[in-house]
Design a protein around this ligand. Structure first.
Ligand code: UT7
Length: 332
């Protein structure tokens, strides 16, 4: 097969969030905070929390099944699986191989991709490039996180933010250029890697009684600094990608930003002069679900009729690393 002149398109989307909802009011009983502070500083009202026996692969599988049904494909059609996650079930094996087994996939390349909250867009570009080689027919790309497993419920500056969930897309090649994934751009700056981190549990500092006692297995974030960098980086990434592809901001039907903070999203929309109805927001209900945030939002936007054929959809993400990324899609 020669994929020249073909587009890589999204054939189906799916999402899953666990049943249990953790409200701001409940958090006020755990840490010194208020519903009003959380809502005004972040825009979050509630988040979903996975059950103790649910791991990231379980969330991923649920989202993947919905996306496969939406694409009208079966597991046998998938020959590339990428899972964006910073909360794998375990260091080994990859969460992708666990999902491979649970979905009953056949001959298929499977791997996890670690780029924190930008992981879904990093995976989207990777899958697009691999499909364009002509060696794969259909890719399943999943952003899945059990972020509450890294959340310190003694730290009020972070525990109010994070939630669990998964979102998935099925990608395939379609004749004709100019639809589907029009462009993507990935960025990183390791010099700011200290701003969002988990200090123990890896090869630098393997788990020990001391690392557990010092709560080093949880996310630590310098929120204010991250906030400022996120606004600028996401604005620039969005605008740069539009300019590169000759698309004006007012041609964008829907901006779907990583759902980290309402004030960050408002600032991006303001700079791009996008009215509220062209900006997708669901963080009120889910909080920050890292790599799952954009694919969950994409699925909801589609199913609620906010994206139709021919629409330009702009995705933009930012997270630990630091990493950030943008993707422009012309919906089929
Ligand atoms: O997904 C990856 C990317 N992540 C992000 O983009 C997150 C970016 N950062 C943020 O969203 C915001 O920085 C936060 C929502 C995390 C925090 O909002 P902020 O407006 O930057 O607050 P702050 O950290 O400057 O804290 C303001 C005050 C502090 O008190 P003092 O020092 O002014 O007395 C905090 O101690 O609010 C206090 N505070 C809280 N008060 C009540 C911090 N957390 C809480 C809390 N409840 N949960």
């Amino acid at each position: 097969m020669n994929p020249a002149g073909q587009s890589v398109v999204i054939l189906g989307t799916g999402a899953y969030v666990p049943e249990r909802i953790l409200t701001n009011d409940e958090l006020t009983r755990i840490v010194d905070t208020t519903d009003e502070w959380i809502l005004t500083r972040s825009g979050i009202r509630e988040r979903h929390v996975a059950a103790p026996d649910q791991a990231t692969s379980d969330l991923a599988v649920e989202a993947a099944r919905v996306a496969l049904a939406d694409a009208k494909l079966t597991p046998a059609d998938i020959d590339l699986l990428i899972i964006a996650t910073c909360t794998p079930d375990a260091p080994l094996p990859s969460t992708a191989t666990l999902v491979h087994q649970k979905l009953g996939l056949g001959a298929c390349a499977c791997f996890d991709l670690a780029a924190a909250c930008s992981g879904f867009l990093y995976s989207l570009e990777t899958a697009e490039a691999l499909l364009r080689t002509g060696r794969y027919r259909h890719a399943l790309v999943i952003g899945a996180e059990k972020l509450t497993s890294l959340t310190d419920y003694q730290d009020r500056t972070t525990c109010i933010l994070f939630g669990d969930g998964a979102g998935a897309v099925v990608l395939g090649l379609q004749p004709g250029a100019g639809t589907g994934i029009v462009g993507t751009k990935l960025y990183a700056d390791g010099s700011a890697s200290d701003l969002i981190k988990v200090t123990a549990g890896g090869s630098r500092r393997p788990p020990s009684a001391e690392s557990v006692a010092q709560r080093e297995h949880f996310i630590q974030m310098r929120g204010k600094e991250v906030f400022k960098l996120a606004v600028t980086a996401m604005q620039d990434a969005a605008i740069e990608l539009l300019e590169k592809n000759g698309v004006a901001p007012d041609q964008v039907k829907l901006l779907i930003p990583h759902q980290a903070n309402q004030r960050i999203i408002d600032a991006i929309a303001q700079r791009m002069k996008l009215p509220a109805d062209r900006v997708f927001m669901n963080l009120e209900r889910y909080g920050n679900t890292s790599a799952a945030s954009i694919p969950i939002a994409l699925d909801e936007a589609r199913r609620s009729g906010r994206i139709v054929s021919g629409d330009y959809v702009l995705l933009v993400a930012f997270g630990a690393g630091l990493t950030w990324a943008s993707a422009l899609i012309r919906w089929i």
